[in-house]
Design a protein around this ligand. Sequence first.
Ligand code: UD1
Ligand code: UDP
Length: 373
Amino acid sequence: MKKILVVFGTRPEAIKMAPLVKEFQKNSVDFDTKVCVTAQHREMLDQVLEFYEIEPDFDLDLMKPNQNLYSLTSDIIVGMKTILEDFQPDYVFVHGDTTTTMAAGIAGFYSGAQVCHIEAGLRTYNKRAPFPEELNRQITGRVADYHFSPTITSKQNLLQENTSEDRILVTGNTVIDALMFSVEKVKQLEGNQEIEFLKSIITPNRDLILVTGHRRENHGQGFLNICTALKEIAETTGVQIIYPVHLNPNVQKPVYDILGGIDNIKLIDPLSYPAFIWLMNQSKLIITDSGGVQEEAPSLGKPVLVMRDTTERPEAVEAGTVLLVGTNANLIVKEATSLLSDHHRYEKMSALHNPYGDGKASERVVEFILNNN
Ligand code: UD1
Ligand code: UDP
């Protein structure tokens, strides 16, 4: 039996690792699968665990209010020690580019386990953007024994860094596995409390913009610009904006200070994953700096303005469904207004694309590990 430890800590990792956990758990003959959460996030992580009905075997419960990167990193590495020594996994799985990913990857390496990186090979090659994620995934790429890349482009990045080709498998992104699983669940949501609440704040027959944002490099002036732009869009176009605000205090403060009390901007708590998908489907346009949302939106045919100067997810930009606007307030207003009024341009941008996978990424990973000696 192969011993598998799947480690994650934040909302997006949980959303994208849950399908893999489920896939490993389906085969209890060949795999002894355990889940470790660092709880780098708490409420936003628990929302996902509840939705997928995953009960972690180990919970480091690390989140502190307004935590810093130094103590978070060391707490994860130290916290993982006992778990790794007791369980002695053959494989440690980490996902993406958070501090949990990087620190759990290093801890897995120290333990002697084979480290497997899901969503491997994404790069901007600018270590300040996204910060600290770009360096997190580069470091994880160095400690990983196996790299599960979502796309050919991400595999090529790894090859360019002299990673052995037989250590890389292109799988598609597990976010599409998650999206497909959830779209089914979303159908059963009618009447659910969260959906009823959303219906109560949505004005029918009026365009809806969905907003999310949290990137560390946008904290401070970036968020002030973003909020100024959203305020102007709301005031000049009359469109309705719904913004589930990330719980990071560096996001909450400027957003509630500047956008609170504006009639057609609704600031709400983070939504459960299926409710968020439901809301993406109701929206005309999405404005975000999120990585995951950039990957989901093309599958749902929703144009996205990305509030970043650079992206490690070029596939949707190339397909034309995603447009980079940075945190330049004028540009955000200009592009949003243009998409709301220019029907032809909107139709072109909302064409359905599926550059990130076919929903079978987790199956491919499990199959690979099953046959790996
Ligand atoms: C983290 C990741 C980022 C990822 C993002 C997804 C790092 C350094 N950052 O950023 O890569 O894209 O998650 O959302 O790994 N908080 C809560 N409750 C929660 C979650 C957060 O109160 O459920 C607050 C806490 O005060 C916490 C703070 O947000 O200290 C920051 O959390 P942290 O994980 O350090 O940074 P994020 O901005 O969430
Ligand atoms: N999401 C969610 N509820 C929300 C906002 C986003 O479930 O209120 C989901 C979204 O569908 C995507 C993921 O969270 O799958 C993105 O997470 P986040 O933006 O926190 O992180 P990133 O993807 O930028 O790392």
